[in-house]
Design a protein around this ligand. Structure first.
Ligand SMILES: Nc1nc2c([nH]c(=O)n2[C@H]2C[C@H](O)[C@@H](COP(=O)(O)OP(=O)(O)OP(=O)(O)O)O2)c(=O)[nH]1
Ligand SMILES: [Mg+2]
Length: 133
């Protein structure tokens, strides 16, 4: 099975995170995601992050730090996800490709459904930011 490399942005402002809803037709569709997408051949994960967030959310990343690298084997696909924490950016995040988006309180992240690979990220964000979890 091929291993797909993906960069995704945890776009954070105060106590909220900007999420996008994956189209039903996509792999892991009908679930919420941290915006991002596949790294192209020869492209660094950071460059892929910047390109994807400009394409999908219309923001220019000013700086970002790698939050966690997650390997996950779905039944049909294996992925390595580079999750970056993005707190410095230019522009106002939007669903630039027509996708549904939402600014969600960190402490309410567990109310939403994510691809299985994201659970470890959600757990860590909630643990860091919320007293009761
Ligand atoms: N963007 C994103 N992808 C995720 C997350 N969690 C997760 O398992 N994935 C998986 C689903 C997909 O198999 C893959 C990312 O694919 P994608 O559909 O975003 O890729 P892309 O933006 O390059 O879009 P495409 O045109 O190739 O469909 O990573 C997440 O939080 N964000
Ligand atoms: Mg994408």
């Amino acid at each position: 099975m091929t291993l797909i490399q993906v960069s995704a942005g945890i776009i954070k402002r105060d106590d909220r995170i900007f999420l996008a809803f994956r189209d039903e037709a996509k792999h892991q569709g009908g679930l919420w995601e941290f915006p991002g997408g596949k790294c192209e051949a020869g492209e660094s994960s950071y460059d892929a992050l910047c390109r994807e967030l400009l394409e999908e959310c219309a923001i220019a990343v000013s700086s970002a730090t790698l939050f966690k690298e997650v390997r996950h084997d779905y039944e049909d696909k294996s992925v390595v996800l580079y999750f970056y924490l993005v707190e410095a950016f230019k522009g106002e995040p939007a669903g630039a490709e027509g996708q549904n988006v939402s600014w969600v309180q960190v402490c309410e992240l567990n109310d939403l459904q994510f691809p299985a690979a994201n659970q470890v990220i959600v757990d860590e964000l909630v643990a860091q930011c919320c007293e009761l979890n």
